[in-house]
Write a new protein. Structure first.
Length: 249
């Protein structure tokens, strides 16, 4: 559960940081989830981050269902750039809106916010349900005060309470071109934001913490140590990587 002590793992060039919260602040469980797949030739990455509530059952369900679609997801992202994201988007929506998945959601205890991102070539796609956040960190954007790609959406979940059971499912999705040079993509659960004096609710502070120097793994670990220092009770998970984009039109 990584209570009190952050853990850092690597999947290719992607850093996964996990922290279960501070025990002395009341932390006793970790209901976050994470999944990362990377192409061997570094042409794409696929990442899922989950913040479950009341139990980890909704996170386990999402991980199981997405892992079961590895072939379709890999095929989508390995295809032509012009159709990769639309194929991925349609595949995931067909899964989430299916009667089988929705029935399984009604059987779990609790629900989850989930955020899915995919990077291919010089572009980033995302689909978000709930209040996890993805940041595209680049100096040109930071100078203009642009950091987050999505807005936190409260009272929106997948699980026992399920946005895909609505007459019109609610979620956000989009595509952005990466800036020229090095970009840093950072996906976070709310435990990184809602701790102590909440330093990382200011995206400029998060930008400085994640992009300083050249060691992304060290930066992610330092950010999670800051959550510990701020007596964070909630679990905090970070998925981050720094793709290089040779050109931006």
């Amino acid at each position: 559960m990584h209570l009190d002590t952050p853990a850092i793992d690597l999947c290719g060039d992607v850093v996964v940081g996990r922290y279960g919260g501070r025990v002395s602040a009341g932390a006793n469980k970790n209901e976050d989830g994470a999944l990362v797949w990377c192409a061997a030739d570094r042409s794409w990455e696929f990442a899922l981050i989950i913040d479950a509530h009341y139990s980890a059952e909704s996170a386990q369900l999402l991980l199981e269902v997405i892992e079961g679609e590895v072939n379709g997801i890999t095929e989508s992202l390995s295809g032509p750039m012009q159709s990769a994201f639309s194929n991925l988007h349609n595949l995931l929506l067909s899964i989430f809106t299916s009667p089988e998945f929705r029935a399984r959601c009604r059987e779990v205890e609790g629900e989850a916010s989930c955020l899915i991102c995919a990077r291919k070539d010089g572009f980033l796609w995302w689909l978000s349900v709930g209040d996890c956040v993805v940041y595209l960190l680049h100096p040109d954007l930071a100078r203009l005060g642009q950091y987050a790609l999505n807005q936190r959406s409260f009272y929106e979940w997948v699980g026992n309470r399920n946005t895909f059971d609505l007459n019109v499912p609610c979620y956000t999705s989009g595509v952005r071109q990466l800036g020229r040079g090095t970009n840093t993509i950072a996906m976070v659960t709310d435990g990184l934001l809602e701790c102590g004096r909440r330093p990382f609710e200011d995206p400029a502070q998060l930008y400085k913490a994640i992009t300083k120097g050249s060691n992304l793994a060290t930066n992610v670990e330092s950010a999670l140590q800051k959550v510990h220092q701020e007596r964070g009770k909630d679990s905090a998970t970070v998925i981050a990587w720094s793709p290089y984009n040779a050109s931006a039109g």
